[in-house]
Design a binder for this molecule. Structure first.
Ligand code: NDP
Length: 487
């Protein structure tokens, strides 16, 4: 039997098809509170979309640990071979709006949440091991170049190349973005990376710098520019459709989970700055260590509630894991949670997708929009547990847990806005270029030329000089491809 239709206050609705009117032809009565509630709620159905990573897809799954990491960490989900931890992943494109096509040439977000016994641990990375920038202070400017021109409201290749030409730290990521991996065929057929350097710490108080690598077990598959352009018209939501259908069909996507691990002291001696987000750690220096398998096996029941409102943040850490001095990571530790406070409200962590699933949250934060809502896992939200809203107290409130203190980190140096342009920008972009087959290099030249031929001579020449510094053949190949565009 159907349940009864009610208003939000639970009152049965007698007629949901006809407004209350004065006479058969109207007007409509202000006292039709059911109509007003419907329209007013409808107006508020959207929350502000994310400025970046607005278009996304998500699913729940399981992380199974195959290698015990207790020599490196006390993190619950990394200790005990066979341990299974519930996960949630949100994939996304970066630059487009919430309704944009999935087949854009754009990095893909790869945000992974572990619902651990000691709280939620989020690794919010991309499908690329590096990024365009090494300092978060440049991020708003960079994203503006990927968005619409404020005057024309059009995407703006001139702005994009102008910015990159003045920020050669982007060369490595630009090379990945313009390569054949720049348009993954689906979210299932791409790798994920934590990208930043993070840390683990163990019961002895030893710290290790780490990088996360999630290697697709479906195999890497990419789209050519032509395939992508066609798909954008036929099915702009193809990656959402693919992920949802695969999981519904029981064809659950999997990734092997791997770490690169560097003892804390090595960072000072290493020939690269290991906290520079524009660089990888070459595998020959720090080989991948396989630690487990990530499987996605459950679709959300409600896209808005669980994917649009999923509020992942690299600041969600648990005992045994930690951050690193990476300047981009430090900026994101603030910015991600702050974006969700703005979009969803101060109590976004009370929502079912965001609250801890395997433990309780207990704290003294109270009030704010929608206080007391959500959290079906433990019956109550932290903000409506009892009357005590301060600590310490003598009323049996939650108490701090000193056994989980992160080991101290020795930081030295003078406070200044240190010039980060002194870092090397070209070697690893060149390494990647030289790894590509001749066909991949030709495709790279053509993709770059397709927009670089549209910009001013000044910007183009500055960019070509950067490509030359990665590899002379890289710059020359692009020059030839640009000449072909102009024919
Ligand atoms: P390796 O030969 O050990 O590894 C090369 C890596 O490149 C593999 O992980 C491979 O991924 C990946 N790769 C291949 N083609 C592309 C592409 N078009 N875009 C992005 N990644 C690609 O070399 P090194 O560790 O010495 O690194 C050499 C270069 O490889 C780096 O400069 C970097 O550009 C790239 N790379 C390095 C990674 C690292 O963590 N060391 C990670 C990813 C890329 P797969 O095995 O899945 O095919």
């Amino acid at each position: 039997m159907n349940s009864r239709l009610t208003s939000q206050n639970g009152a049965p609705i007698a007629d949901d098809q006809n407004s209350l009117t004065a006479g058969a032809r109207g007007g409509v009565m202000l006292q039709d509170w059911h109509l007003i509630e419907k329209l007013a709620h409808f107006n508020r159905e959207r929350v502000p979309e994310r400025v970046v990573h607005a278009k996304g897809s998500g699913a729940y799954g399981t992380f199974t640990l195959t290698k015990d990491l207790s020599e490196y960490t006390i993190a619950d989900h990394f200790c005990g071979v066979g341990k299974q931890t519930e996960t949630f992943v949100r994939f996304s494109t970066v630059g487009g709006e919430a309704g944009s096509a999935d087949a854009e040439r754009d990095p893909r977000g790869f945000g992974l949440r572990f619902y651990t016994a000691n709280g939620n641990h989020d690794v919010v990375g991309n499908n690329t091991p590096v990024f365009f920038l090494r300092d978060g202070i440049k991020f708003p400017d960079f994203i503006h170049t990927q968005k619409r021109n404020p005057k024309t409201n059009l995407k703006d290749p001139q702005a994009m190349w102008d910015f990159w030409s003045l920020n050669p730290e982007a060369m490595h990521q630009v090379t990945i973005l313009m390569s054949d991996r720049g348009i993954p065929a689906t979210y299932r057929h791409m790798n994920g990376y934590g990208s930043h350097t993070f840390s683990l710490w163990n019961a002895k108080g030893e710290r290790f710098w780490i990088k996360y690598h999630f290697k697709t077990l479906q195999g890497i598959k990419n789209l050519s520019n032509e395939q992508a352009n066609k798909l954008k018209g036929i099915d702009p939501d193809h990656a959402q459709r693919d992920l949802y259908a695969a999981i519904e069909d029981g064809d659950c996507p999997k990734w092997s989970v791997n770490l690169q691990i560097m003892p804390e002291a090595d960072a000072k001696e290493y020939h690269l700055n290991p906290f520079d987000l524009t660089k990888v750690w070459p595998h020959k220096d720090y080989p991948l260590i396989e630690i487990g398998v990530l499987e996605l096996n459950r679709n959300p029941d409600n896209y808005f509630n669980e994917v649009e409102q999923a509020a992942l943040s690299p600041a969600n850490m648990v005992p045994g894991v930690g951050a690193s001095p990476c300047k981009m990571l430090q900026a994101r530790l603030f910015a991600y949670a702050d974006a969700q406070r703005y979009r969803i409200g101060a109590n976004y962590n009370n929502l079912p997708v965001n609250c801890p699933h395997a433990t309780e949250a207990n704290h003294y934060q109270r009030g704010g929009h929608m206080a007391g809502s959500g959290c079906p896992f433990h019956g109550k939200t932290p903000d409506n547990r009892g009357g005590v809203n301060y600590g310490p107290n003598t009323q049996d409130g939650p108490v701090q847990q000193p056994q989980f203190a992160e080991p101290a980190l020795d930081i030295d140096g003078v406070m200044a806005r240190h010039d980060k342009t002194v870092e090397e920008n070209y070697a690893q972009a060149g390494d990647l270029f030289r790894m590509m087959s001749p066909e991949q290099q030709q495709a790279l030249f053509a993709t770059i030329a397709s927009t670089l031929h549209l910009v001013t001579d000044e910007v183009r020449e500055r960019m070509l000089a950067h490509f030359d510094l990665c590899d002379a053949a890289y710059g020359d190949g692009i020059r030839s491809a640009i000449a072909a565009c102009k024919l």
